[in-house]
Structure formats: structure tokens, C-alpha cells
Design a protein around this ligand. Structure first.
Ligand SMILES: [Zn+2]
Length: 100
């Protein structure tokens, strides 16, 4: 008589880690997302200021075109860095990359 069956299950140890804040939370990607968000804010602010300048009859409102252009470049750069980090690091903040 053999009773091998009941003994063999002992070798398995279940490894479980408590997931505190998501499976792949990465503070760096969070930082990059924040930086990206800031450039978007900056861009919105410039558009707002340009609008005010035009409405207020500011003859110098053209200068915003350049500022907006530069802010746009910055935004694209920040977005690129963020997305690239997600790609290379394989992490995510869980925010999603498209918020508009
Ligand atoms: Zn990461």
C-alpha cells in the first residue's frame, strides 16, 4: 500500500506579494508625467495670455506666437520623454497616456 499522493503537495510555497499601489508603479514615470502636465499648463496659459492681449488691443501680441511655439516644442519633448520611458521601462502610472 502506498500513500504517495497526500505527501507530494508539501513542496510548493506560494509566493505572494501584497500590491500596495498597483503592479508597476514607477515614481520616475510619475515625475515625467507631471513635467509633461506642466508644459501643457504653460501652453494653455500662453494661449490665454495671447487671447487677452488680442482682446485688449495689445499691438505686441505677436510675440506670443513665438512663445507658444517654444512652449509647444517643450511640450512635445516632455511627452516624448515620458512615452519613451514607459516604452523602455515598461512601467505605468495607471494614468493613461491620452488625457485630451
Ligand atoms: Zn518607469
Amino acid at each position: 500500500m502506498s500513500r504517495a499522493l497526500s505527501v507530494s503537495a508539501q513542496g510548493m510555497n506560494p509566493k505572494r506579494e501584497a500590491a500596495k499601489s498597483g503592479p508597476a508603479f514607477c515614481p520616475e514615470s510619475r515625475n515625467l508625467l507631471d513635467a509633461f502636465g506642466e508644459t501643457v499648463q504653460e501652453l494653455l496659459l500662453l494661449h490665454e495670455q495671447q487671447f487677452q492681449a488680442i482682446v485688449g488691443g495689445d499691438p505686441d501680441s505677436d510675440r506670443f506666437d513665438l512663445l507658444i511655439h517654444m512652449a509647444n516644442e517643450k511640450k512635445n519633448q516632455a511627452k516624448y520623454v515620458y512615452l519613451r520611458h514607459l516604452e523602455t521601462h515598461g512601467c505605468s502610472t495607471g494614468y493613461g497616456t491620452e488625457q485630451s
